[in-house]
Every structure is written in structure tokens, then in C-alpha cells.
Write a protein that binds this ligand. Structure first.
Ligand code: G
Ligand code: G
Ligand code: MN
Ligand code: NA
Length: 255
């Protein structure tokens, strides 16, 4: 209850900030996009990671105002980067929790943030897990179609850890699969991980999807993903999640 009270106060005082982790074009090493990740700047405890407060935010519904704040800031920030850095193609991914996806206002919230910030919809990707979608595939399909109708891109997060059927995936307006880091971490160690990643890439390609390997922590994993024709990657090897200013510097840096 203590943390719930503190979290409520944090929403009122706006103690949240956004960190950005680059999603890199693996063949060139250039920053393709960012994943936005929420952090809580606690007045005494310092920077609190999402795993320590998002479950309570989700349970209490406080994820809704937190998510709204993330959405607004991320859209404004990336619209500014597109202008200032001269990279109109730069895009950003935002994680959408179960409660955010199903609360009934997501499409309107996204439309409003895009409108207010001037960010083009195709520059905003929404990351949703299989589990959230499979809750009710029929209804999810309608929601995803509405979001896609706005022009947003839709990414399946942690792909491979859930239970979505190929048939269901095929009928959803999905743009990319994020290959879960549990598979990437096995590359070069466990032959089965390689086979799994190969299969996911082939399947994604056949469905016309982009592929993003998550959790790349060493050069061997990056080389493996490149060999398996996974175009995009993300992970500590490339960069940890960082605040907005250093994130912008990663885009302008020469490679
Ligand atoms: O940043 P980190 O790797 O610690 O994130 C931990 C978890 O929190 C991940 O599952 C991530 O998807 C989730 N997460 C991070 N930021 C956000 C956010 O802004 N909204 C939602 N819904 N989840 C987030
Ligand atoms: O569930 P989701 O995929 O959104 O979670 C993203 C989380 O993964 C973030 O909390 C981020 O900090 C973390 N992350 C990003 N890169 C790496 C990595 O290379 N290794 C590990 N272990 N975690 C990572
Ligand atoms: Mn994610
Ligand atoms: Na993920």
C-alpha cells in the first residue's frame, strides 16, 4: 500500500522520465529507431526500474496516466529529433501493457498524442505481447486494425514466448516481430536457439514482417543474427537504454 500511495503521488508530481534504447540496423550499425522505456525518478530512492513499479501500476490502473504521459512525451521528443537531427525516418516504439491495450481509450489517446505533437503516425510503433492479444484475438484484431488505420506500426514483443498461432498472426495487421532475448542469449551456445531464430526469421519474412533481435549482449550474437538475416537488433552490446540527450547523440554519431 505504501508503494501505491507513493506511485499515486509520483503521477501527480510527474516523477517519470523516458529512457531510450536504440534499435539498430545490424548491417550498417546505424540507429533505426528507439524503444522508449519508463523510469521513475524517486525523490529518495533514485532511479526506479519498471519491474519494481509497473506491476503495481498495472494492478491499480495507474499505468493509464503513466502510459499517457509516456505517449505524449515520446511523440513530442521524436517529432523534435526528426526536425533537429534531420532524420525524418526515425521512429520510436512504446510498450503497451494489457490494461492499456484493453481499457477502451487507446486508439483515441494515440490519435490525440499524434495530433498534438505533429508526429506522423508511421513514426510510432506500439509493442504488444502475444499474451495481451491472445486474451481475445477477435477483439484484439479490431483494435489493432484501428491502430493500424491511424498509420501506427505494430510490433509483437517478446515473440516466441507466448502462444499465438501462425493462423492468428497471419490475420493480424502486424509489422514486426521482436525475437525474445531468451532465444538470442542462446545463440552460439545452444544449437536449438539458432534453429528457433532461423525459423522465426523465415516465418516473419514469409509474412512480410520486419525482424528485431532483442537482448544482444555480445558480438557473436550480433554476427549470428546477421547471418540468419535478422535485419534489426537491440541490446546492451549496441547501447543500454539512456536518457534523451545521450540518445540523440547516438543518432548523430559517425559509424
Ligand atoms: O526497461 P526494462 O527492461 O527494465 O523494462 C522492464 C519491463 O517494463 C519490460 O517488460 C518493458 O516492456 C516494460 N516497460 C518499460 N517501459 C514501459 C512503458 O512505458 N510502458 C509499459 N506498458 N511497459 C513498459
Ligand atoms: O519486455 P521488453 O522486451 O519490452 O523489455 C525490454 C527490457 O529489456 C528493458 O527493460 C531493457 O532494459 C532490457 N534489455 C535491453 N537490452 C538488454 C540486453 O541486452 N540484455 C538484457 N538482459 N536486458 C536488456
Ligand atoms: Mn519491448
Ligand atoms: Na521484448
Amino acid at each position: 500500500l505504501q508503494i501505491e500511495t507513493e506511485l499515486r503521488r509520483a503521477v501527480e508530481r510527474d516523477e517519470f522520465e523516458v529512457h531510450y534504447q536504440p534499435i539498430v540496423d545490424l548491417p550498417t550499425g546505424k540507429v533505426h529507431a528507439f524503444e522508449a522505456l519508463v523510469r521513475w525518478r524517486h525523490p529518495e530512492r533514485g532511479l526506479v526500474q519498471p519491474d519494481d513499479f509497473l506491476p503495481i501500476a498495472e494492478e491499480t490502473g495507474l499505468i493509464l496516466p503513466i502510459g499517457q504521459r509516456m505517449l505524449d512525451e515520446v511523440c513530442r521528443r521524436v517529432a523534435a529529433w526528426q526536425r533537429d537531427i534531420g532524420r525524418p525516418d526515425l521512429s520510436v516504439s512504446l510498450n503497451i501493457s494489457n490494461r492499456q491495450f484493453w481499457h477502451g481509450g487507446l486508439v483515441d489517446d494515440v490519435a490525440r498524442s499524434l495530433h498534438d505533437s505533429g508526429l506522423t503516425a508511421r513514426s510510432l510503433s506500439l509493442e504488444i505481447t502475444e499474451g495481451v492479444i491472445m486474451h481475445n484475438v477477435g477483439l484484439a484484431r479490431k483494435l489493432l486494425k484501428d491502430l493500424h488505420g491511424l498509420g501506427c506500426r505494430l510490433h509483437i514483443d517478446d515473440f516466441g514466448t507466448g502462444y499465438s498461432s501462425l493462423e492468428a498472426l497471419h490475420r493480424l495487421p502486424i509489422d514486426a516481430l521482436k525475437i525474445d532475448r531468451s532465444f538470442v542469449s542462446g545463440l552460439g551456445v545452444d544449437p536449438r536457439s539458432g534453429e528457433l531464430v532461423r525459423t522465426i526469421v523465415l516465418m516473419g519474412r514469409n509474412l512480410g514482417l520486419d525482424l528485431i533481435g532483442e537482448g544482444i549482449e555480445n558480438a557473436e550474437q550480433r554476427e549470428h543474427l546477421l547471418r540468419l538475416d535478422c535485419t534489426y537488433g537491440q541490446g546492451y552490446l549496441l547501447s543500454r537504454p539512456v536518457p534523451a540527450e545521450p540518445a540523440a547523440a547516438l543518432v548523430t554519431r559517425r559509424h
